[in-house]
Write a new protein. Structure first.
Length: 289
């Protein structure tokens, strides 16, 4: 900005000495005409206005970029995410105390913010039963972990019990950009996804979640998918207004009977009529040894 100010002062101070070197084919009279044009009051005024406009544009761009990344940093990246976080796209769990302990620690730390005592302040409000997007701008909808049942809890090693052939629970969380209002599909939508036909019985105020094997072999080996507390995200957790302590909704998933000693690649997706297909999905491989 100082350079701009100095440039403006120089322009206002008077004509700038411009030395024009003759170019082949250009007469001295032509060079003098160009020099006269560059040092004319009209040209100087044009340059000053142009510099001012450029500065305004740069400031506007900087403000937009700062707002975008400032907003993004509050909530993190947008999308559908799986926990524990895949390493190189792989969630690898072994039949060892160390592996089970590490798995439990990762999930327990992730779920810390969702514990009941953390949602006991007046910043949180009960939203269960709402059938629309949240009308609350400065409140956060509670997410009671007990609604997920007794299977996917720490006391039950989050479902992971190799000795009883129990598969582990994974957690999906959905993060949407600030102020985005998702619109659920209806039976009348012409672009209704074919693979959602089986989800028609889900509540209309819910964004359906599907988890499918990437190949026919993966589909055969992934077993039965169990969703808790339901196979979708309630609308009342959205839109996100930038509230402090906002909690993204969760869906616990278990692949009951998944084949062991084989990496099964799975893609989980969340669906809404105003989501571009594939924009809110996560793919990972699950390997149980």
């Amino acid at each position: 900005m100082m350079e701009t100010g100095d440039s403006q002062q120089d322009l206002k101070a008077g004509p700038t000495n411009v030395t024009l070197l003759p170019i082949d084919g250009m007469s001295h009279s032509s060079g003098h005409k160009i020099q006269a044009t560059l040092t004319s009051p009209r040209c100087r005024k044009f340059l000053v206005v142009s510099i001012k406009r450029l500065c305004i544009i740069l400031l506007a761009v900087a403000a937009v970029v700062g707002w975008y990344f400032g907003t993004k940093s509050k909530q993190g990246n947008y999308g559908l995410f799986a926990h524990p976080k895949p390493v190189g796209g792989l969630i690898h769990l072994k039949e060892s105390d160390e592996s089970i302990e590490n798995y439990m620690t990762q999930l327990d730390e992730f779920l810390e913010a969702y514990k009941e005592e953390k949602q006991a302040t007046d910043k949180f409000i009960k939203c269960h039963g709402l059938m629309t997007c949240s009308p609350f701008v400065d409140k956060v909808c509670r997410f009671p972990l007990k609604r997920a049942g007794d299977l996917c809890v720490k006391g039950n090693t989050f479902g992971y019990n190799p000795s009883e052939n129990q598969s582990p629970c994974l957690v999906l969380t959905l993060r949407l950009p600030q102020e985005l209002r998702p619109i659920p599909f209806s039976e009348n939508d012409t672009n209704f996804p074919v693979n959602l036909e089986e989800m028609l019985d889900i509540e209309p105020w819910t964004l359906p979640v599907t988890c499918q094997g990437n190949t026919p072999v993966d589909q055969d080996n992934m077993g039965e998918v169990i969703y808790k507390p339901m196979a979708g995200f309630p609308l009342y957790y959205f839109p996100y207004h930038g509230q402090e302590n906002y909690l993204s909704p969760l869906v616990f998933i278990m692949f009951k009977g998944i084949k062991r000693s084989m990496a099964v690649t799975i893609t989980c997706s969340v669906w809404a009529s105003n989501f571009r297909e594939g924009s809110y999905q996560t793919t990972f491989s699950l390997l149980l040894d």
